[in-house]
Design a protein around this ligand. Structure first.
Ligand SMILES: C[S@@+](CC[C@H](N)C(=O)[O-])C[C@H]1O[C@@H](n2cnc3c(N)ncnc32)[C@H](O)[C@@H]1O
Length: 190
């Protein structure tokens, strides 16, 4: 499965919401994450970090980020993007069972990965275990026209089962995606 993502790594950032190359799109995500994150400095785990775009954005805001992805090519791209940055570290590993210190994080961030995990409930239990006191989960997910993904109601149920009360924020604005969308996309805090 990681081979499929390895093959995506070289072109992954071409999508507006992946590479955040358009300053308006990047600024929208920057504001969104700041609105739902604690004040920096804080420790963030970015699970299924892909090419590290959000990790780098958060590093620029003053957060220390540990990214985990099971695709070596994605992790290579993230390391290249974050070269020379002691505040950002990346590891190859399973997002469902992240090789990270338990109880050490203020935020566990996961964008567009929960839905692909074989056992999302078990993953969420592990993610809650990464959080220190007062820590939060910040999930960005959606349900796409292909019929894949997680509806907000499904993710809310998963969060409640993990002992976290969810707050859902729809992300309908074009600016997050580089154009209009017709499907369900949201950020959820728990
Ligand atoms: C749609 S991309 C999202 C990347 C990044 N979170 C972002 O929003 O830009 C999905 C990422 O999850 C990673 N991934 C999928 N399943 C994984 C797993 N079980 N463990 C670790 N990473 C995984 C893929 O390699 C890919 O980089």
């Amino acid at each position: 499965m990681s081979e499929i993502w390895d093959a995506e790594a070289a072109t992954f950032d071409d999508e507006p919401d992946h590479g955040l190359r358009d300053p308006e799109v990047r600024e929208a995500w920057r504001r969104l994450l700041r609105d739902h994150f604690p004040e920096p400095p804080a420790r963030v785990a970015d699970l299924g970090c892909g090419t590290g775009t959000l990790s780098v954005l958060l590093g620029d805001e003053g957060y220390a980020v540990d990214g985990v992805d099971f695709s070596p090519e994605m992790v290579d791209a993230a390391r290249e993007k974050a070269a020379g940055r002691p505040d950002l570290a990346f590891a190859v590993g399973d997002a469902g069972e992240p090789p990270l210190e338990r109880g050490a994080y203020d935020v566990v961030l996961c964008r567009h990965v929960l839905w692909v995990l074989g056992d999302p409930a078990a993953a969420l239990d592990n993610w809650v275990g990464l959080l220190g006191e007062g820590g939060r989960l910040v999930l960005v997910e959606g349900f796409w026209p292909t019929g894949t993904g997680l509806r907000a109601t499904q993710t809310e149920a998963l969060l409640r089962a993990a002992g976290r009360e969810p707050t859902t924020h729809p992300l309908r604005e074009d600016v997050y995606w580089g154009g209009p969308i017709t499907d369900e996309r949201y950020l959820m805090v728990g």
